[in-house]
Write a protein that binds this ligand. Structure first.
Ligand code: CTP
Length: 393
């Protein structure tokens, strides 16, 4: 997600400096080239050698080691992250002081930046720190955290550096082009649970990972996302409006409640096709039950097809086998703009995996086949179709 990006990671003298090693690694996992600049105080918390070993590049500390590093390093940077950022560094940067390599680089750099403060909560609450942080925000600089929690000094309060995953997420969101801004995308995810009695239900193996990946990717691309989720254990992405729905009836109600403002709908939930004819109020005794009467649930996607208006409507077809004809028939029947076919019999596709293998079928019958991809990558190729439609292609 950060491939091709040059990230300059500035580390200052806080106990949270040890987390910067993990941050560097995670940014590299996302494809970034990471260069590191440290203050003298940071070197007392974590040796530069650790960051050199992780990044494979020299770590820059001394302003006078190279006469032009304060200019050249900044010129090569696409994103400047200062994590952890102490009160001292925040206040210095806000005043435009340049008394070490990091603060010189800050003055010469003019691009997207993230500051992740870490300090005692009293220092964080200080009026000067607060006012400087407000000014950074006004200038369009992303402030990640700090969060509330146990501090190194043994006290509790707002001062802990953001989780590394949150800083990485902020970096990805900043570096991802917001080509879906203005779109309001309604996404369903996960299975539904159809109650039989107070302890039993009918459901399926959907993990929700595909729908959650779609929500995350759409939000990163600037869309306003409403995620209607069946019961699943995936963590919802930040910045997405989430609505939980247990049964197919709950999901249908939620979908039509949020449909009006949507510009596109992606129905990736594995809605149960059947539910019990009636829900028993008390737990059924097995000796009393020989068979269960099931009835079909409403086909939410088909109903959406009749009420879609100008919305771009995307459905999923989970098939045992690459059954293009069947998926294309479903696309027509449900009046979709795009059908995502996944052959769940293939390794690396389908339920509860982190990858998927899909074919995209459009209204004209064009088929695009894709190899095994991470679900987040599949999400992007699906969202590209909404972007194309937005441009009227
Ligand atoms: N779907 C729906 N409501 C249902 C069942 C399915 O909205 N009650 C949606 C799913 O979210 C998916 C699409 O319909 O986007 C296709 O679901 P699928 O189960 O593959 O197809 P069905 O039309 O239900 O046919 P079958 O189960 O016979 O394959």
């Amino acid at each position: 997600m950060l491939s091709g990006s040059n990230v300059l990671l500035g580390i200052t003298g806080s106990i949270a400096a040890y987390k910067a090693a993990d941050l560097a690694r995670r940014l590299m996992d996302e494809g970034a080239r990471v260069r590191v600049v440290m203050t003298d105080a940071a070197c007392r918390f974590i040796p530069p050698y650790t960051l050199e070993a992780i990044t494979g590049h020299d770590v820059h500390v001394d302003l006078f080691q190279d006469p032009y590093s304060h200019i050249n390093l900044a010129a090569e940077t696409d994103l400047f992250i200062i994590a952890p950022a102490t009160a001292n560094t925040i206040n210095k940067l806000a005043c435009g002081l340049a008394d070490n390599l990091l603060s010189n680089l800050w003055l010469t750099y003019d691009g997207p930046a993230i500051i992740a403060p870490a300090m005692n909560f009293r220092m964080y609450k200080n009026r000067i720190v607060q006012s400087n942080i407000r000014n950074f925000k006004k200038a369009g600089i992303e402030i990640s955290g700090p969060v509330k929690g146990g501090l190194a000094c043994g006290e509790e309060g707002e001062g802990r550096m953001s989780e590394v995953s949150e800083i990485v997420e902020a970096a990805i969101s900043i570096m991802t082009p917001h080509d879906l801004s203005g779109q309001k995308i309604l996404i369903t995810a996960g299975p539904t649970q159809e109650q039989i009695d107070p302890v039993r239900y009918i459901s399926n193996r959907s993990s929700g990972k595909m729908g959650y990946a779609l929500a995350l990717a759409a939000r990163r691309r600037g869309a306003e996302v409403t995620l209607i989720s069946g019961p699943c254990s995936v963590t919802p992405p930040d910045g997405v409006s989430i609505v939980f729905a247990e049964s197919s009836i709950d999901m249908e109600t939620a979908v039509f409640k949020h449909l009006d403002k949507a510009t596109a709908v992606i129905m990736s939930a594995a809605v149960s096709d059947f539910r019990a004819d009636s829900i028993a109020k008390k737990k059924l005794e097995k000796s009393d039950v020989n068979s269960l009467k099931l009835i079909k649930t409403a086909d939410i996607l088909k109903k959406l097809g009749t009420r879609k208006g100008k919305r771009f409507l995307i459905g999923f077809a989970a098939e045992s086998g690459k059954n293009i004809k069947r998926a294309a028939d479903k696309l027509k029947d449900k009046k979709l703009d795009l059908m995502v076919l996944n052959d769940i019999s293939q390794e690396g596709a389908g339920f509860d995996t982190d990858t998927n293998i899909v074919s995209l079928i459009n209204k004209s019958g064009d088929i695009a086949d894709y190899p095994v991809m991470k679900k987040i990558e599949v999400a992007h190729i699906i969202l590209d179709r909404i972007k194309k439609q937005k441009k009227g292609k």
